[in-house]
Design a protein. Sequence first.
Length: 227
Amino acid sequence: MATPQSHHEVLQSTLDLRNRDIVDVGCGAGALSRFMHSAGARVTGIECNDTLRAEAIDADPERADRYLDGVAQDLPLADGSVDAVVFSKSLHHVPVDHMDAALREAIRVLRPGGDLYVLEPRSIGAEQEAIRLIDDETAVQAAAQAALDRAATGDLQPAGEVAYESDYVYADFAEWAAIMVGIDPTRAANLERHGAEAEAAFLAGARPTGEGWVFTQHNYVRLFTRS
């Protein structure tokens, strides 16, 4: 097994952050936006989930105006206004019919020479097996990769890729379940319906440690440059 890496360290080693205007699409509660800001970037977070956006603002009140309500397929940003667009595990949450539009929006807001950084989970591993019981993302994850393949022509050129593993630690199944539903509240009904099976998959697949229950996630980054 490869040595686990954090999403933050892989991003920082792959993408130039300092003194750049960056949009974090689907920023959630803002952890990555705050990290990029601490690394010297000027970051705007875009999030359509009101609860998660409120959490981001509460954690970063001095930059509250940098967390905007919006969706990937209709970014509230001007043409050519940013140096990099980051999708961190968020492209597969865009409705499949809107993924192409979301990538066109990324191209639209990028300056020439700007970067598109897309991190997506791979549909393998014990945690994915547990997630599938409440939300089978296999098809949407494949659709996200297909959309990137279609976008990689003309104004958007492939510039590299990185595969790596990262560890996630949960105190218990209840914390895992709360996080999964927090990411997508529509999962709540399936969690109620299949909670016992999901808990069994969690306990069978996660590694118990002194810090909690650990899942290893398999990740894939694709980097592109706007011509």
